[in-house]
Design a protein around this ligand. Sequence first.
Ligand code: ZN
Ligand code: ZN
Length: 235
Amino acid sequence: MKETICTIPINDIFEVKEGCPFCRMYDMLENQYATFITGSAMMDPETRVATNEKGFCKKHFQKITQVGKRLPNALILQTHMQKILEDYFPKNTHSKPDKKKLQALQDMQHTCYICDRIQHDVEHFLRTVFKEWETNPQFRKTYQEQEFICLDHYRMVSAISLKGVPAKHQADFHQDTADLAKKQLQLLIEDTTHFCKMFDYQSRGMDWGNSRDAIERDLRFLAGIPLPEEPKPEE
Ligand SMILES: [Zn+2]
Ligand SMILES: [Zn+2]
């Protein structure tokens, strides 16, 4: 696989301190790849062969059509579907289902050009994060000051840190990472409990506190679903 064509400015991502930094990194990569595929790479034979073969997951089919123009999208989809027709459908459909072909189709449906590229980039990005956290006290502080780390990225980053962080620093790095996820989880449990309590008649007139959007924040933590955009103030 070609070296990454997308750049991840690690300081820009960690400076924001709102939400999960690794979700911000994913968003940035998804946008960059969707723009790349439907833009300059659309006519690049190597990329087209790969997108024809792999296709995209549901999320990234939606992404490329949101980000790219109609014609590049139609061209990408047309050759991808042509490939599906050739590779997975029998010439004569009046035949028993071909187990091998169905299995191959299922495998293809679970691959995604963008997911695969991102997976590769993330490992690269995490090596930089580990290195910075180890050697740069300012970055370590910025890391600790993140709003939270979501559940999925807590698991992923912790697992990869076992390979990427030297053994003597693994407990410290895990503490920084786990604290960001655990504190958020505890906060969400509190807010969600309060939210539920507000439906009790005995709570009538009580303050909702921070609990009004507890469900939305739960989903952001549990499944990476972004908070709904706040209505823009009238100009
Ligand atoms: Zn995340
Ligand atoms: Zn995908």
